[in-house]
Ligand binder design. Sequence first.
Ligand SMILES: O=c1ccn([C@@H]2O[C@H](COP(=O)(O)OP(=O)(O)O[C@H]3O[C@H](CO)[C@@H](O)[C@H](O)[C@H]3O)[C@@H](O)[C@H]2O)c(=O)[nH]1
Ligand SMILES: [Mg+2]
Length: 234
Amino acid sequence: MADNAANLGEGLRIGEVSFTPIQSSPYIAPYRMKFIQNDKKRVWDCVKAHDSLSILLFNTSTKELVIVKQFRPAVYARKLFDKLEKEGTMDLSKLSELTEIKQDSLCNSREGITYEVCAGLVDKNKPLEEIAQSEAWEECGYRVPLENIKKFNSYLSSLGLSATKHTMFYAEVTNEMRVGTGGGLTTEQEEIEVLHLSLGAARHLLWDETRFKSCGLCLAITWFLTTQDMKLYD
Ligand SMILES: O=c1ccn([C@@H]2O[C@H](COP(=O)(O)OP(=O)(O)O[C@H]3O[C@H](CO)[C@@H](O)[C@H](O)[C@H]3O)[C@@H](O)[C@H]2O)c(=O)[nH]1
Ligand SMILES: [Mg+2]
């Protein structure tokens, strides 16, 4: 891979971290479901969240998979919580009291960096293929014709928490279709790095525990290597 574990997060500065309870959010709504299961009363705490989709791009000009790397607050926060719990400076019930965390108690920003398939929320009333097409442009800089975009799987994720539906798309692209830099929407403060992975690097990334990756990325790479790779080289 072009990047290496040692320079992960270089140039990324995370500071002034604080936590507050959520009053209302355009992204999630926590709720409690009460029900009777086989005559027993049960209660389960859940989160209503948007469905999502991802689009795995394969550049046939360079024979590389195109994926994204970005800072994920929840990934960083879980590392920070682990650290504060170990230091005895926090217990989970007091999360909303963590209004300010000293800069020297913070984790290295690399602890929040993830590798993922180009992905987005389904928060617009548009065909999924069109949302996938927009994400490929905004995040990776590829103008992908709609007819290249093929659905290959879907699943429910975070089953114990939200059961949001994730739909997976695949598209073959060429160098000529890369007419932008990607990087995400500045209006949404996205800062996304585009990575072009050789198939060897993709195979290696699957089992590299020094990098945080989504399950969706592992599934998409595995799908590609077991179903598409052979077709392309036959
Ligand atoms: O609390 C939030 C949540 C979202 N955003 C904004 O909303 C954008 C959402 O970006 P989008 O690319 O549409 O979604 P992703 O964050 O990439 O999430 C996708 O990728 C994740 C990892 O695969 C999946 O978990 C998600 O379900 C899937 O939608 C973010 O960049 C932010 O700009 C915020 O500012 N605050
Ligand atoms: Mg995204």
